[in-house]
Design a binder for this molecule. Structure first.
Ligand code: F0G
Length: 433
């Protein structure tokens, strides 16, 4: 994969009316996006959404936070849909996703000793994770395709988002979850939004194998990040980070650190940068270094990067308290490995203890995240200690999900409530102890 998207004109037959097509990242095979349902090329490669008229991102420089505020009365120019000209469908199925904060974290910045540190908190999306950005586009495509049933495998957040967006679109949703390995908040969301929830007595990777088979047999439309349309929505994370960072600092960040599970975001951010480079809105040497973080007990991407391999080897056994990234077979690895290599980034594994420490550090700044999200900060901390990340770097950490997604993990990481009698003197005595 090169930094510039090649401009090969698509075969006439493959181009949809609106100039959108699907292209295999391995073979370059092209397909019409809305005539048939497909998730891979005939050769089995991952697909990428391509545009005949890629926007020139002319107003990229002026569309930052000041512009956002000025435009905020118009819902179509907010959040994900502010980038409608770089998306494959129109804004139809939406609950106002995107435009998440890029928080300052001065104490962490000081402790980690980098030039600047910001936290892009994707937990501030409608269902509490970045998945909403993918679903507003993916469910929109599903509606255009006229499918009846939506499905996903999930470590939790995808199922919560799919259930909400499916409900919004009035469509039937089916989610397959690894039994006992999904945080309480996420199951509650999927349940209340009306998804049919199947608890599979196996891990996430097996759930995804099953959903892929259901999709191949025409039983459901798959909305995991293997679906290239979802990643189009998620690429707006990268666009927002670059715009907001430049608004505040007058330059782009050197590095973006993010948790890696199925590696969809890593792939999506790289796609955003390649589109900007192709459009001439970003120089190749301005592309932030994509730096992926996995939990030690589920780190096949880190293994592949460290060993210089082209592909990952599936881990059959995975274990981490950060259940959102408890994944042994990241399906987007063929997109994400080049993303990390070509941007000059790296990948690192962190322990559950390091993840919990980072979750506490973020909480001390008022930023509440779930464990998987804290992996980004834990990874940055480790890479600073190892000297891989330099003190002169401008860094953005991506936090992917809200603290309330996993109340049990939050309560375990925080202090225990103290029992006290219902009496003011008793309260004062207790406080004096
Ligand atoms: N952080 C959170 C909170 C997640 O829920 C996920 C993925 C990731 C990070 C990893 O992102 O897959 O793009 O590398 N959760 C999926 C799910 C697998 O089913 O909710 P990725």
């Amino acid at each position: 994969m090169s930094m510039e998207l090649d401009a090969a004109p698509p075969e006439e037959s493959a181009v949809a009316e609106d100039g959108v097509w699907l292209e295999c990242i391995e073979t370059g095979e092209q397909y019409a996006p809305f005539d048939e349902i497909r998730y891979r090329s005939d050769a089995g490669g991952l697909l990428e959404v391509r545009y005949a008229d890629l926007p020139d991102f002319d107003d990229f420089a002026e569309r930052g936070s000041a512009g956002r505020r000025a435009q905020s009365d118009d819902p179509s120019s907010r959040g994900v849909w502010r980038y409608a000209d770089a998306l494959p469908v129109d804004r139809e199925v939406t609950i106002d996703e995107g435009d998440t904060p890029l928080y300052e974290v001065p104490r962490l910045e000081e402790e980690l000793g980098v030039e600047s540190l910001r936290v892009k908190h994707e937990g501030m999306n409608p269902t509490g994770s970045f998945k909403d950005r993918g679903m507003t586009v993916g469910v929109g495509v599903a509606r255009r395709l006229g499918v009846e049933r939506l499905a996903c495998a999930s470590t939790g957040n995808t199922s919560a988002a799919l259930a909400a967006y499916g409900a919004r679109a009035g469509m039937e949703t089916l989610v397959l979850l690894p039994a006992g390995k999904v945080a309480a908040g996420k199951v509650a969301q999927a349940s209340l939004h009306g998804a049919r929830i199947l608890e599979v007595d196996d891990n996430f990777d097996t759930c995804l194998d099953i959903v892929q088979e259901l999709a191949d047999r025409g039983e459901a439309y798959l909305l995991n990040s293997l679906n290239p349309f979802r990643l189009e929505g998620q690429k707006t994370i990268g666009l927002e980070i670059l715009e907001a960072f430049r608004d505040d600092y007058g330059r782009f960040p050197d590095r973006i650190v993010l948790p890696v599970g199925n590696a969809g975001n890593t792939a999506a951010l790289f796609k955003a940068f390649r589109e900007l480079v192709t459009a001439g809105a970003l120089e190749v040497d301005q592309v932030p270094k994509l730096t992926g973080v996995q939990a030690e007990g589920a780190a096949p991407m880190v293994e592949a990067i460290e060993e210089g391999r082209e592909g990952i080897e599936r881990w059959e056994t995975v274990a981490t308290r950060a259940t959102a990234i408890r994944i042994g077979n990241p399906v987007n690895a063929p997109k994400a490995i080049p993303a990390i290599r070509e941007t000059g980034g790296t990948a690192v594994a962190v322990s559950d203890v390091e993840i919990t420490d980072a979750q506490r550090s973020l909480a001390e700044e008022g930023v509440g995240v779930e464990p998987a999200s804290a992996a980004s900060v834990a990874g940055l901390r480790k890479l600073r200690e190892e000297g891989v990340v330099g003190s002169e770097e401008d860094v953005v950490c991506l936090t992917t999900g809200h603290l309330l997604k996993d109340p049990d993990a939050a309560a375990a990481a925080g202090a225990d409530p103290e029992p006290v009698a219902g009496d003011t003197d008793a309260v004062l005595e207790h406080l004096a102890e």
